[in-house]
Write a new protein. Structure first.
Length: 184
């Protein structure tokens, strides 16, 4: 049976900002934030964002590549901003960006970013349920929205849930690539 979706929502509705100060218990023996703690906070910020957008409980389905660009030191402050980029049928993609700075705001820098996928869970059946669409407004949101389809295909292929020959958006994208051509 076709599940009903509620009306689309803009990203402002669910954007989630989370701030943490790095305490001694959060660090490794070199005095830097443990990567696993950062991933936990990223997961929490993204889950809150996804649940706000979906209006339901959500489960983390996958996390795309995460790399750590810059160590975050004891006493520094991090700000995680999670934004929904696109909704599919029962899943949503969330982009999270992590900025670090000294507590005074000096030495600000981007440390991480990642894409998380969450699935909305129906409270009665415990099964995936339809999600509201995303209404992108700014140019950056429109770009994220457009490219999200290709990121989805790639992650489903890597998860063994899609055959490469079914990834039509990726195929179209790569077929446009010719020497000297630049595509977004
Ligand atoms: C995520 C989960 C709910 C998917 O359930 P499922 O029965 O496989 O559901 P479906 O096959 O119907 O897929 C549901 C959605 O998940 C998406 N999905 C499933 N696996 C995915 C993956 N590895 N990456 C991205 N999306 C994925 C599907 O594409 C589908 O999205 P769509 O409806 O928008 O197209 C289920 O695998 C699960 O409960 N996993 C454990 C979640 C968990 O414990 N997370 C960590 C703690 S919260």
């Amino acid at each position: 049976m076709e599940q009903e979706k509620t009306e689309g929502k803009t990203t402002v509705y669910s954007r989630t900002v989370m701030t943490e100060m790095i305490m001694p218990n959060d660090t490794n023996p070199m005095g830097n934030l443990m990567g696993g703690y950062l991933m936990r906070w990223m997961d929490i910020a993204c889950a809150v964002c996804a649940a706000r957008h979906c209006g339901s409980q959500v489960a983390t389905a996958s996390v795309d590549h995460i790399s750590f660009h810059s160590p975050i030191k004891l006493g520094e402050v991090i700000t995680l901003t999670a934004t929904v980029t696109r909704a599919f049928n029962t899943s949503v993609e969330i982009y999270v960006e992590v900025l670090a700075s000294e507590i005074t705001g000096q030495n600000p820098r981007q440390c991480n970013h990642a894409y998380f996928t969450f699935v909305a869970i129906d409270p009665v059946s415990g099964k995936p349920t339809a999600v509201p669409s995303v209404i992108p407004l700014t140019n950056e949101e429109k770009k994220q929205y457009e490219v999200a389809v290709r990121r989805r295909e790639l992650r489903l292929i890597l998860a063994g849930r899609m055959k490469p020959e079914e990834a039509t958006e990726l195929q179209n994208f790569f077929s446009q690539l010719k020497p000297g051509n630049s595509v977004g």
